[in-house]
Design a protein around this ligand. Structure first.
Ligand code: ITT
Length: 224
C-alpha cells in the first residue's frame, strides 16, 4: 500500500472529485455521495468483485491504497470498523473497507479473522492437509463492509456464503481460498471455477456490497 491516489474506475471524474473534496474541506453538499465510492483495499480481486456490484447501482468506484493498521480481534466487524475509521481520518473522505473471514466449524471457526495470515502461511494446501481426515467439511465466508465518513459516522453491512471445503483444489479463477470452497448454491462448482459475475451471484462480498449500495443510493442520491 503506497499512495492514497485512486487507481481504478472513472479516473478523471474521481481525481477531480478527490481534489475538489480536499479543497472544499468536505462541506456536506460538496461530495456526490450515493454516486461515487472509495474502496480502501490492497486486494485488486476484491475491488473487481465490488465494482461489478457498484455498476448495477450506477456508482462509480475507486480503489484507494491507504496504509491502515489491521486490528487483531476475534470479530471481523471490529476489524473492518477500526480500519474504516482510520482510513476516513487519513484521507478525509467517506470510505469503505471490507473484511472477510473463512470460518470452518470443524476447526472451531479457524481461520476466521486470521484468514489473511493463514492464507499467506499454510495456504489452501495447508487447510486441505489439516482437514484430510475430516468428514465434517462445512464452511462459510463472512464479509463485513464498513463505511465511515470523515466525521466518524459508521455503517456496517454483512454478507455470508455457506458451502464446504473440497477434497482437492479446483479451478483457477478468483483468489485466496476460492479453489477449495464450493458454495452450497453453486451447482458443485468452486468459486475458482466461476467467472467473477457468477461468483458474485453466490458470494458473501457481493451480498454485503449490495446491501451497502442500496443504503448508499437511498440515503444520499436524492440530494443531488
Ligand atoms: P484488504 O487489503 O482489503 O484487507 P485482504 O486480502 O487482506 O485485503 P481480507 O482481510 O478481507 O482481504 O481477507 C483475508 C484473506 O481471506 C484474503 O487474503 C484471502 O486469502 C481470503 N479471502 C477473502 N475473501 C475471499 C474470497 O472471496 N474468496 C477466497 N478467499 C478469500
Amino acid at each position: 500500500m503506497k499512495s492514497n491516489k485512486p487507481l481504478y474506475g472513472n479516473n478523471n471524474l474521481i481525481r477531480t472529485l478527490f481534489k475538489r473534496e480536499r479543497r472544499l474541506k468536505l462541506t456536506k453538499s460538496s461530495f456526490p455521495r450515493g454516486k461515487v465510492a472509495f474502496f480502501v483495499t490492497s486486494n485488486v480481486h476484491k475491488f473487481m468483485e465490488a465494482r461489478l456490484v457498484f455498476a448495477e447501482y450506477k456508482i462509480a468506484a475507486a480503489l484507494l491504497r491507504v496504509p491502515v493498521q489491521e486490528l487483531q480481534d476475534d470479530n471481523i466487524e471490529n476489524i473492518a470498523k477500526a480500519s474504516a475509521r482510520e482510513a476516513a481520518e487519513k484521507t478525509r473522505l467517506p470510505v469503505i473497507v471490507e473484511d472477510t473471514g473463512l470460518f470452518i466449524p470443524a476447526l472451531d471457526g479457524f481461520p476466521g479473522p486470521y484468514s489473511n495470515y493463514v492464507y499467506r502461511t499454510i495456504g489452501t494446501k495447508g487447510i486441505l492437509k489439516i482437514m484430510r481426515d475430516s468428514s465434517q467439511r462445512k464452511a462459510y465466508f463472512r464479509s463485513i463492509v464498513a463505511y465511515c465518513d470523515p466525521k466518524g459516522a459508521l455503517e456496517c453491512f454483512e454478507g455470508k456464503a455457506e458451502g464446504k471445503i473440497t477434497r482437492k483444489e479446483r479451478g483457477s479463477s478468483g483468489f485466496g481460498f476460492d479453489p477449495i470452497f464450493e458454495p452450497l448454491s453453486g451447482n458443485g462448482k468452486t468459486f475458482a471455477e466461476m467467472a467473477t459475475k457468477e461468483k458474485n451471484e453466490h458470494a458473501h462480498r457481493a451480498k454485503a456490497f449490495k446491501k451497502f449500495a442500496e443504503w448508499y443510493v437511498s440515503a444520499f442520491r436524492r440530494r443531488f
